[in-house]
Design a protein around this ligand. Structure first.
Ligand code: HEM
Length: 182
């Protein structure tokens, strides 16, 4: 359940105060003072957080389709895998465009190393998802074993990218509020 926005604001101020205390390093203080609000939001809802569910679910669905194909040899699962791999890639690119805009536009996101860790993991994921779709388009017979292997890799890297994305929100408090900049 999401918290009251006033309480979120108070928490952000507490974090800033904590980092601004005499004990914090000047670098941490400078980082904590920067804006970490979302710059790309619709009616108060950060867009990237709304979009990321699609690539995550479709990468997992592609792995599921490959496992069912391996188990049943029913070519239906090859077609299902082709579509889910294609949409995983397309939605991944769309989410990455919005994520990159947040990264570049919001100073407090840009200066955090954790943001760049997440971005690198996400770009690796998109490269694997694209390769997985391209393989299926061009060499449908290669689903077993190469497509399946790419699907396993994509699922693992999705876990890493999602975990780093979650850390940005839940550890760093990034994107909880809409940016106060006009
Ligand atoms: C270069 C590409 C990307 C960049 C620069 C990026 C950047 C960010 C940023 C700045 C946030 C913090 C929330 C916000 O400000 O909206 C975030 C959250 C997140 N990102 Fe990304 N992102 C990228 C791609 C992806 C992709 C492809 C996925 C899908 C696996 C993903 C999954 C997540 C998740 C799960 C969160 C946490 C959202 C939440 O729990 O509310 N990101 N990302």
């Amino acid at each position: 359940m999401s918290e009251d926005p006033t309480r979120e604001l108070e928490k952000q101020e507490e974090r800033t105060e904590e980092a601004s205390s005499d004990h914090a390093s000047p670098v941490l203080r400078a980082v904590a003072e920067k804006d970490i609000g979302s710059a790309i939001a619709v009616a108060g809802h950060p867009l990237h957080a709304m979009m990321v569910h699609f690539p995550i679910a479709l990468v997992v669905a592609t792995l599921g389709a490959d496992i069912f194909y391996w188990w049943s040899a029913d070519p239906f699962w090859v077609r299902a895998g082709l579509w889910s791999a294609g949409f995983a890639f397309a939605f991944g690119v769309a989410a990455a465009i919005v994520g990159t805009a947040e990264l570049l536009l919001v100073p407090g996101i840009r200066v955090r190393v954790a943001s760049w860790n997440h971005a690198i993991a996400a770009m690796v994921l998109i490269a694997i998802a694209g390769a997985n779709w391209g393989l299926r388009l061009n060499v449908p017979d290669a689903v077993l074993p190469h497509g399946l292997m790419l699907s396993v890799l994509a699922a693992l890297v999705t876990g890493m990218a999602g975990w780093h994305g979650g850390k940005l929100v839940f550890d760093h408090g990034v994107g909880l509020l809409i940016s106060s900049r006009k």
